[in-house]
Design a protein around this ligand. Sequence first.
Ligand SMILES: Nc1ncnc2c1ncn2[C@@H]1O[C@H](COP(=O)(O)OP(=O)(O)OP(=O)(O)O)[C@@H](O)[C@H]1O
Length: 224
Amino acid sequence: MIRIENVSVQFEQRRALSDIDLTLGEKRIGIVGANGSGKSTFVRLLNGLQTATSGRVLVDDFDAAKDGRKLRRHVGFVFQNPDNQIVFPVVEEDIAFGLKPLKLSKEEVNRRIDDVLARYDLQDFKTHPSHLLSGGQKQLLAISGVLVMEPRYIVLDEPTTLLDLRNRNRVQRAIAELDQTVITVSHDLDLIADYDRVLAFEDGRVVLDGTPADVLPKYREMMA
Ligand SMILES: Nc1ncnc2c1ncn2[C@@H]1O[C@H](COP(=O)(O)OP(=O)(O)OP(=O)(O)O)[C@@H](O)[C@H]1O
């Protein structure tokens, strides 16, 4: 369960989020809103990448202000551009990197890497240069690098923006199969059309909140 209690985020000249108060317990949560409306700032709060200027962020037993390190393991974050997430030149090294702080045995590290690569049909790319993967494969590798840490929540910030239709569909299927609670920021409304709940942001506030069937038509109208 995620509790956001009266949270505001103020950057020097600009208030990015104003008095957000939400309880999120659904398994699939979509976030929509115009450019600059506060979506990324909001999801970055959930794993401590962004701190609240005022208010509290609680994820299960963790308070973002006190338990930053634990929160980052509990809530995995997939960035919009996988090139910002993929840091090692070889696929298996990149996935292993995130596991280092967990101090697992070599066997367990290998088992997790093999499992996650098989899941996304990337097993043949294990020793492949990461930068030679296609855009969709890179996005799947970025998701793999987060999944392998077995977080309880996964945040995806515009996961399909850079992808062609085939890779977009692959990523959509990959998300659908996740056991974790997933929070997805997206301008691609079809991607979140079967989610449990959608929040629409405008000027740092949540202006629509409900099922996709309820929110998405209103959001389309709002953006027309
Ligand atoms: N580190 C920062 N310093 C100053 N201002 C920031 C910072 N990060 C975000 N902002 C501002 O806060 C507001 C909200 O930004 P945010 O990135 O959360 O929007 P967004 O809804 O994710 O936009 P987009 O759809 O374009 O990714 C914007 O006006 C942005 O310029």
